[in-house]
Structure formats: C-alpha cells, structure tokens
Design a protein around this ligand. Structure first.
Ligand code: FES
Length: 154
C-alpha cells in the first residue's frame, strides 16, 4: 500500500462501515491531503462500504471538494444572497471564462484555483471575492478579469 492510501486508511478509520458519514470523511481527507485524489476516493469507498461511483458523485457535486492539488493562489467567489442579488453569477461567468476552469478546479499551470463560498462576511461590499487572504469588493466582470490578469502577471 502506498503512502496516500495508508494515510487515508488511517483518517477514515473512525468512519469505517458508516456510509452516512461519507461527506464528513471526505472533508477530513481533504483537510489533510489538500485534495481528493482518485486513490483516496477508492480507499474511502471501501472503508465506508459505499460504491466508488457514489463517492465520485459526491466529490463532483460539491464544489468545495477538489480532485487535484490547489493552485498557488485561490480565488473564492462569494455566492451568498447579497452577492447573488448584486451579480455574483456574472462575476463567476467572467472568471470561468478568463481562467478556463470551473469551480473546484485549478488552472493547468497550477497557478490559480477557483472556489465558491457562501458569504465572506462583507456583504456591504457585494459582489465580493477573495484572492488568498485579500478581499475584493464592489466587483464587476471587468474588474474581476483585471484581478486575474494581475495575479497571472505577478
Ligand atoms: S453574501 Fe457575499 S459577502 Fe455576504
């Protein structure tokens, strides 16, 4: 057994035979490894007693799970109510187009990951996104694209 499999086996031990705790187990794995490689999904499926297809379905459905290591920078787009009302979808669409990836994915050069979050706690600045630890508010698609270009050039 290789190192990842061994590590995952240890992490999921408390969830063994508990299919209802799949999401929690996946969270634990991701917070340790930083992502959920296929191998980790296989070990989790076996330990919890759920089909691998179900694990894959959950990982694909929830944007917070990633199947590849995170990029150097992470962009978190707020999809909370205030941001939604103020055009978060348009911001997301611009970012997806600019980066060529969807939520939960990382650019091929491993530079930028894209994630969705529910309320960053600064609704007065909606629509908002975070780049690593920095908050950018009152966004419009053009501003969001410019920020991405700055990260790329940086
Ligand atoms: S809803 Fe986006 S910061 Fe609160």
């Amino acid at each position: 057994m290789n190192r990842i499999a061994e590590q995952v086996r240890e992490i999921v031990q408390p969830y063994a035979g508990k299919p209802a705790e799949l999401i929690q187990a996946l969270h634990r794995i991701q917070s340790t490894l930083g992502y959920l490689p296929r191998e980790a999904q296989e070990v989790a499926a076996e330990a919890l007693g759920v089909p691998l297809s179900q694990v894959r379905g959950v990982v694909t459905f929830y944007h917070l799970f990633r199947t590849r290591p995170a990029g150097k920078h992470t962009i978190r787009v707020c999809m909370g109510t205030a941001c939604h009302v103020r055009g978060a979808e348009r911001i997301l669409a611009a970012l997806k187009e600019e980066l060529g990836i969807g939520p939960g994915e990382t650019t091929a050069d491993r530079k930028i990951s894209l994630e969705l979050v529910r309320c960053l706690g600064c609704c007065g600045l909606a629509p908002v996104m975070m780049v690593d630890e920095d908050v950018f508010g009152r966004l419009d698609p053009k501003k969001a694209r410019r920020i991405v270009q700055e990260i790329r050039d940086g």
